[in-house]
Design a protein around this ligand. Sequence first.
Ligand code: GAF
Length: 386
Amino acid sequence: MNIQDLKSKFIEKYGEGDVDVFFSPGRVNLIGEHTDYNGGFVFPCALTFGTYCLVRRVERTSFRFASLNLPFETELSMDELTAPLDDKWVNYPLGVLAQFVKKGIAFDGGADLMFYGNVPNGAGLSSSAALEVVTAVAINDAYNTGLDRVELVKMSQKAEHEFAGVHCGIMDQFASGMGAKDHAIFLNCDTLEFDLVPVKLEGAKIVISNTNSPHKLDSGKYNERVAECAAAVKAISKVKPIKNLGELDMTSFNEVAGSIDDEVVRRRAHHVVSEIQRTSDAVAELKRGNIDVFGTLMNASHDSLRDDYEVTGVQLDTMVEEARKIDGVIGSRMTGGGFGGCTVSIVKDDAVDTFISEVGKNYEARTGLKPEFYVAEIGEGGCKLS
Ligand code: GAF
């Protein structure tokens, strides 16, 4: 659907008048998984698909929310903006509105909002972050609240915590809000310092493979991992006070690992500390143009997420196994929270067609699920389109 079609739909729904159009992307993370809520490094990039938000400020003191691709359409008064509803999807934009209210931003009127997203839902490509960030960017503009982009990103993350119950890190909202065309974001999730790194793959492409086994971030498994990392910090702090696992390197981790009695918790922490190291190594290699080493580190990342962190599962593992059998695959790993969703692979240009047909056929034969493939382009972060 193009912008003109979206505007026509908006006018059909809410009547004639001015309307502004905003967009925020989904993301794919190249490496650095389950490190963000541990104060570690991540390396995501924004995609060219995402969520559009059309907005019109109105004098009436209520907010109307509707979506063309998600099952919500509702009108809420000012008083109803601060508590989640019994409606999974509207809670994402509503949770963002609530953050504006919490900041004491007084709306002297309401707004009509219409959303349309083309990120596959539940695929681990941050459809929810795209929905949150586009709401934040649109309301910030419509009401001239003057908040800076990083603040909007943090508010979007809080919406996810408070209105979706997922204790996520900041990676997804940061990538959606701060992405830059053809760059990945090397982000220190402790300080929020970041470096935009050009992704020059010289003869290779980023291929996203959707297992079509929905990842269930709200299933509790994600929050369980967050809690296990907190348990590791608590155990380690008895011998070496730390605020988060990101303060350790492999040498200091090995010195204190014995203080974690629970073997599962120890493995979780081992993944986090090793993944943070892999991420900074991978970025350095990419900057030097060593794509092959970058790919080897992607493979090691997946293996650690499978063995130590246990967030992959049979579909993601099968997709990665099949991908790695193809000549011309430089690296392949799961991306995002895991438990289903997508993998990301770096594939030489001339192997992309074979990759899609062979991995597609073999994955389906082994799992009974029909996968989908997207050759990714790296796009811009949230912006006003018109
Ligand atoms: C999900 C979360 F939302 C992110 O914050 C991050 O933790 C990711 O899983 C795993 O790296 O996408």
